[in-house]
Design a protein around this ligand. Structure first.
Ligand SMILES: [Fe+2]
Ligand SMILES: [Fe+2]
Length: 167
């Protein structure tokens, strides 16, 4: 029961803070790009947003939840299929910068969100060190979610379905 309530709270937070991103055509379009296993980029980023909110709540951190959710939803906003042979070279290194450029084109991005998107690959990219706690949470949530998605369905798959039904 407590678990259900927590999931509902996470769902409400992601839906309310990320409403414009979730409803946008370009973010919806990331459904057609595969991220890990059978999981699309859109599912991955919603799962990561849920995980970020869950970590922040468990640690009782007073954060910018608006930036936390939006930065998570936009962290892989590179808008191509990285499995295509024509995708930009060195995707692993470059996609965070490409995602930030695309996000800034489509949305009003604040400095916390920009830091989250640009530096989410830390510590794989040691030249982009997180400046905000929101970014640190994203680096952890992204890696935890990515690992699970490689072998199984995403964390919060039921919440993802509910969010899709309510956007
Ligand atoms: Fe990424
Ligand atoms: Fe990611």
């Amino acid at each position: 029961m407590r678990k259900t309530l927590r999931k509902q709270q996470i769902q409400r937070t992601v839906l309310s803070k990320g409403a414009d991103v979730l409803a946008s055509e370009n973010h919806k379009g990331t459904e057609k790009y595969i991220q890990h296993g059978d999981v699309s980029v859109r599912e991955h980023t919603i799962s990561v947003a849920c995980m970020c909110v869950s970590i922040a709540q468990k640690l009782h951190l007073n954060l910018d939840y608006y930036a936390l959710v939006r930065g998570a939803l936009l962290h892989d906003y590179f808008l191509y299929d990285w499995h295509d042979k024509d995708h930009p070279k060195r995707h692993g290194w470059k996609h965070a910068s490409i995602a930030l450029e695309n996000a800034a084109d489509d949305f009003s991005i604040n400095p916390v969100e920009a830091d989250m998107i640009k530096k989410h690959m830390f510590p794989f990219n040691l030249t982009a060190v997180p400046r905000y706690r929101e970014t640190v949470i994203l680096t952890v949530a992204d890696k935890v979610c990515s690992f699970k998605e490689t072998f199984s369905k995403p964390f919060y798959s039921d919440v993802i379905d509910n969010i899709e039904d309510n956007v």
